[in-house]
Design a protein around this ligand. Structure first.
Ligand SMILES: [Zn+2]
Length: 469
């Protein structure tokens, strides 16, 4: 009898994570993420999904990023009836992400329809799924806490451990048994985080495995130390306040915003920055923050020591304000005293951040602070690259605000950090390492690096190719 592994996404690319574990013909899906990037190409790949969703036995979800959970509602819509296993925090965040995606798709369909009508063209793009599909998908979750091994079927035992990537993120340790009683242990890294990130724990050690599927987002890169982030943040705030300006921070609604809140809370408590208003102006970020508040089981020791032990909420303090209405948001545009404004989306391509840029980017007293990845051809990238003039909502704006960047925030381990995580494991039974979730240069560099460390069988996973375990 046979145990086979193959990938229907995140093979030589970073999005669309979908790994299939086939045990004697019964299929399990690890992650069901959406492809992101060029619109038409991704749309086609996302709609292709996977073969026969109705006969997939179960899904294991490593974490709630869109490129890992984004197609669960489509899977359900196409007939998948099984359980979706995740940590409780991942279930809550995935619900937020899936609902948000359903709304964005509905809005896009409406907008594109109007655009086509204006040009007298025809239009037939339909959302992949709607909010009801996302609700159905949420109903199929079965949550499993970290360190709680569970037999999810006759042939699979599953254990989640903290992956240290985002709230609720997990590595999945799977013990598969085929009809002959042969047992194979497979480790899925999911997206692997970095040591010393705020709020969440460091990536935890994985139990011994025979096969390991590892992400390679930064297979060819090293990061700045996470330790410097708070220091740099204080410096940027203090410099800007001296000029009487505002700090505008484009930030992803989930994780990055909460990390910033955490650091600002510490900096205010320590008296390292003045007590100026700090605003979170993004409905999604406000909702995500409330999910963080109800999952203290995901916090690390430092967060427990600094806040929870003193009955203090890491995501609430006097200077922090959550903007919940459009009026709040407009009020911020009129504000003329130093303040910190965090808003989404993280790459400045949509959302309220664009209004904050319009009102603040041409004032030399202000700072635009880049804290996340800015993909090519985005407004955020143009600002980061130092363009003197940028177009927002169709109008040109001179960039006179200071543009600063802190690179220490990445949520993915670099190749050295991945190796540090792997090398703590007992590797004596490890037969093969499979590399996924990285672009060509990245997976190839990671492969060379790991072979240099003495690993004998390191393979780059090719789309659709089957690997017998
Ligand atoms: Zn991720």
């Amino acid at each position: 009898m046979a145990i086979t592994l193959y990938s229907e996404g995140a093979a030589r690319e970073v999005t669309g994570s979908k790994h299939v574990l086939d045990i004697d013909g019964t299929r399990y899906l690890v992650d069901c993420g959406a492809f992101q990037g060029k619109r038409d190409e991704c749309d086609r790949k996302n709609r292709a999904l996977v073969r026969d969703p109705e006969s997939i036995e179960a899904v294991i979800l490593t974490h709630a990023h869109f490129d890992h959970c984004g197609l669960l509602p489509l899977l359900v819509k196409r007939g998948f009836k099984g359980n979706i296993y995740s940590t409780p925090a991942s279930r809550d965040l995935a619900n937020l992400i899936m609902m948000d995606s359903a709304r964005i798709q509905a809005r896009d369909a409406e907008y594109l329809g109007k655009q086509a009508a204006k040009k007298g063209g025809s239009f037939n793009w339909k959302p992949m799924y709607d909010e009801q599909d996302a609700v159905e998908a949420t109903g199929q979750f079965v949550t499993v806490s970290y360190e709680r091994p569970i037999q999810i079927s006759r042939d699979i035992k599953l254990k989640f451990r903290d992956a240290g990537h985002i709230l609720g993120s997990a590595t999945a340790h799977v013990t598969a048994t085929d009809a002959d009683g042969r047992t194979v242990r497979i480790g899925f890294s999911g997206d692997l985080g970095r040591p010393d990130k705020p709020i969440i724990r460091d990536p935890e050690l994985m139990d011994p495995v025979d096969y390991l599927l590892v992400e390679s987002t930064y297979g060819d890169r090293r990061h700045e130390s996470t330790v410097d982030a708070m220091e740099r943040l204080a410096q940027v705030v203090n410099d800007t306040v001296k000029r009487g300006g505002k700090i505008i921070i484009p930030a992803f609604a989930i994780e990055r915003t909460q990390e910033l809140i955490y650091y600002f809370h510490m900096l205010v408590d320590l008296g390292r920055i003045p007590k100026i208003p700090i605003w979170v102006d993004s409905p999604m970020a406000v909702n995500a923050t409330s999910i963080f508040m109800v999952h203290p089981e995901c916090f690390d020791n430092e967060t427990n020591e600094a806040f929870i032990k003193h009955h203090d909420n890491p995501f609430g303090f006097n200077e922090l304000h959550f903007s919940t209405s459009v009026d709040d948001s407009k009020m911020l545009n009129r504000l003329d005293t130093p303040a910190i404004i965090m808003s989404a989306d993280g790459m400045c391509e949509a959302g309220r951040i664009q209004h904050h840029l319009i009102h603040n980017i041409s004032d030399p007293r202000n700072t635009i602070l880049v804290v996340g990845y800015m993909a090519a051809n985005t407004l955020g990238r143009r600002i980061r690259d130092g363009q003197k003039e940028v177009r927002i909502h169709g109008d040109l704006f001179k960039v006179k605000a200071k543009v600063e960047e802190i690179k220490a925030f990445s949520a993915h381990s670099d190749y050295q950090e991945t190796w540090e995580w792997m090398s703590r494991m007992n590797l004596s039974s490890l037969k093969t390492v499979f590399l996924v979730h990285g672009e060509d240069e990245s997976v190839e560099a990671q492969k060379k690096f790991l072979e240099g460390k003495g690993l004998k069988d390191v393979r780059i996973v090719e789309y659709g190719q089957r690997y017998e375990l």
